[in-house]
Design a protein around this ligand. Structure first.
Ligand code: G
Ligand code: G
Ligand code: MN
Ligand code: NA
Length: 250
């Protein structure tokens, strides 16, 4: 297809860029991490959302070189940030199917000089459905490199609870669909409260995604979640704007 040819060309032409969305610690208000989110600066169409090209990149296998580029670039950028700020990178299920992924991650850390504990990989439940034994082996190997593992979009898939016990995740990211109706919706409030309590009980950090209002922020802070991410704190920002955002907080 036209888009596929375009996508193939774009990688070589350097048309992809990363934006970074801050994660804030609710106790201190400090930025503790940023999630890297890829964008395509298309010569005619302008900034294209990953929702419009990641699925095609996955179908065509282009997600492999693109995912490698995202990982390397995110690590390279984070090397220049303050030491206490981590970078989070989304992994596609297609990348997860590659047995060499843990070695690719270790090699990327070596090549970029980023300390392993400053990288967090975000994995959705969809990744975990295939083969449980293999999933456990892969996640264990990834953890052995020293990186963090976040379960992304938590609560939207199947069997989330048993997965948390079985697999070595270090963080839960509560999906923004549970946050949208906060603080007024009693069911959303009960679910978010329960997930935060469960994370605490399992010794896992929790990030609440999609926090858009001061009221939502106050609610999840009162429930003592670990971190908050969302438009109320900041939209995803280009690299230089992200550094500016850090500077403005000082
Ligand atoms: O940034 P935005 O909200 O437009 O992202 C839309 C979707 O694309 C989200 O589900 C997000 O996780 C995904 N996404 C963004 N960047 C990446 C990336 O680098 N790799 C993968 N696999 N998905 C990404
Ligand atoms: O699937 P994942 O959780 O990786 O998706 C991250 C996506 O969520 C990014 O595309 C980002 O732009 C989007 N996002 C981040 N904060 C907010 C928010 O407060 N509200 C909404 N609607 N989307 C958000
Ligand atoms: Mn994510
Ligand atoms: Na998410």
């Amino acid at each position: 297809s036209r888009l596929e040819a375009d996508l193939r060309r774009a990688l070589g032409a350097g048309e992809f860029e990363l934006h970074f969305q801050p994660l804030v610690d609710v106790r201190t208000g400090a930025v503790t991490a940023a999630e890297a989110l890829v964008r395509w600066r298309h010569p005619e169409q302008g900034l294209v959302s990953p929702a419009d090209f990641i699925p095609l990149a996955e179908e065509t296998g282009l997600i492999m070189p693109l995912g490698a580029w995202v990982l390397r670039t995110a690590c390279l950028q984070a090397v220049s940030w303050p030491r206490e700020i981590k970078v989070a990178v989304n992994l596609s299920p297609v990348q997860f199917r590659d047995d060499r992924l843990p070695e690719t991650v270790a090699e990327t850390l070596r090549a970029t000089g980023l300390e392993a504990d400053r990288l967090e990989l975000e994995i959705t439940e969809g990744v975990l459905l295939d083969d449980e034994e293999r999933t456990l082996m892969m996640l264990t190997k990834l953890r052995a490199t020293g990186v963090g593992l976040a379960m992304d979009d938590f609560g939207t898939g199947y069997s989330s609870l048993s997965y948390l016990r079985r697999f070595p995740f270090s963080k839960i990211k509560i999906d923004r669909s549970f946050v949208r109706l906060l603080p007024d919706d009693a069911e959303s409030a009960a679910i978010v409260r329960a997930i935060i309590a469960m994370g605490a009980g399992l010794g896992m950090a929790t990030t609440v995604e999609g926090v858009e209002t001061a009221e939502q922020y106050a609610f999840v802070a009162a429930e003592r979640c670990g971190q908050v991410q969302g438009y109320h704190v900041s939209r995803p920002l280009p690299g230089t704007a992200f550094l500016g955002f850090l500077g403005d907080l000082e």
